[in-house]
Design a protein around this ligand. Structure first.
Ligand code: BYC
Length: 356
């Protein structure tokens, strides 16, 4: 929201304006394409819907590290290994921005992680498929990150400020990820016959799951209508899926690879590629937990969380110590007038605390 609108909201909230007045300010901000910020009034369902989507997105980023990390130790060269490590680290960073964005809505990170670990919140279906060969790393970069960019670039204009701003950096990094995947696949495609076949096999396996990433068809999408009215989503699932197909087909041609869909054909009238039916039964089954790797991914995530407990404990202890220290400092400043110091300066105090 603009400062003026935000002030209006705060003022109205302070005088306990009726719900309708608050809603009117919110609706006007959304209609004017202004950003809703954490301290602005927002409908409960808007807040809940955002927490759901942002949490699912954050979970996808950190679970998405697993299938790729699987290949770090076996990357075919030092260069490929360094690139892949950087990419997997980026995904952790994306998770961090997104959990932080969810926290601005009042969700606690512990609670969100607990929901992921107990299966009460989802992560993207795509990460329940295995990475069988090195070519899968290329296919994920090209197709999965390509689909992610198509979906996430419009999220940079999402009505909720912290989510939209997080997406700007995420998309820049995703572009690098997509290019590295394309380049890795191109090297394989132009390599030996066996390498070419490996690249083709990976594309065959990742194509359909990548199309499923965009979510169910519009007529089965429960959240789209409201999310689009609130400008959280700017395009429907089917629109973005089509956009992705249109981008991917010529790229596959330049890669010298084919896409595993006999119905894929340019439709002059529509100005888009037609494509064959998606196996939605498989999609819903994966969401229910029955994909090839659901169990493995969640188990590994729970284990990583347990293994990281000491880091969280150490960080919490450090924060507490720091808090006590700043508390002492504040007391010192409050208790002593300038010029009436006891001789212990704040600097000395800090040093002492730090070594304690
Ligand atoms: N997988 O009403 P709908 C990445 C669920 S990370 C699982 O259309 P919505 C990367 C949906 O949650 C990529 N579940 O939902 C990371 C809902 O169930 P609930 C992740 C899905 O939210 C690391 C139900 O189906 N990207 O690229 O309007 C390494 C009905 O769906 C999926 C994001 O999260 C799915 N694919 O639209 C490499 C982007 N699709 O919650 C790469 C942000 C749907 O009612 N999210 N469901 O139980 C979005 O844009 C939207 O949430 C979606 C779904 C388009 C995904």
């Amino acid at each position: 929201m603009t400062a003026g609108t935000a002030e209006t909201t705060t003022a109205t909230a302070g005088t306990e304006a009726p719900q309708a007045a608050l809603e009117a300010v919110f609706d006007a901000a959304v209609a004017a394409d202004e950003r809703i910020e954490p301290r602005d009034w927002m409908p409960d369902a808007y807040r809940a819907g955002l927490i759901r989507q942002i949490a699912q997105h954050a979970h996808s980023e950190i679970i998405g590290m697993q299938p790729e990390a699987n290949w770090i130790t076996r990357a075919p060269s030092l260069r490929r290994k360094a690139i892949l490590m950087a990419k997997v680290q980026d995904e952790a960073g994306h998770g961090l921005y997104l959990y932080s964005a969810a926290e601005t809505l009042g969700a606690s990170r512990d609670e969100l992680l607990d929901k992921l670990h107990s299966g009460r919140q989802k992560y993207s279906s795509i990460f329940n498929y295995p990475t069988l060969t090195w070519a899968d790393v290329g296919a994920i970069g090209w197709l999965v990150d390509g689909a992610a960019i198509t979906n996430q670039v419009p999220l940079c204009r999402c009505s909720y400020g912290p989510y939209a701003r997080a997406m700007v950096r995420v998309c820049k990094e995703e572009s690098f990820h997509q290019r590295q995947g394309y380049e890795a696949l191109l090297a394989l495609s132009r390599g030996t016959e066996a390498q070419h076949a490996m690249a083709q096999d990976a594309v065959n396996r990742w194509w359909w799951p990548s199309l499923m990433m965009f979510g169910p068809p519009d007529d089965e999408s429960t959240h789209s209508a409201q999310a689009m009215a609130w400008k959280i989503k700017r395009h429907s699932n089917d629109e973005l899926r089509q956009r992705f197909v249109d981008i991917a087909v010529p790229q596959a041609e330049s890669l010298g690879l084919t896409l595993p869909d006999p119905d894929l054909k340019w439709n002059e009238e529509r100005g888009h590629y037609d494509f064959g039916p998606i196996d939605w039964a498989e999609f819903w089954d994966v969401l229910k937990g029955n994909g090839p790797c659901n169990e493995q991914r969640l188990n590994k995530r729970r284990q990583a969380h347990e293994d990281g407990a000491w880091v969280r404990d150490a960080a919490a202890a450090y924060a507490q110590k720091h808090q006590q220290h700043t508390g002492h400092q504040a007391e010192d400043h409050a208790g002593h007038e300038p010029g009436h110091d006891t001789g212990r300066t704040a600097g000395q105090h800090t040093d002492g605390e730090a070594r304690a």
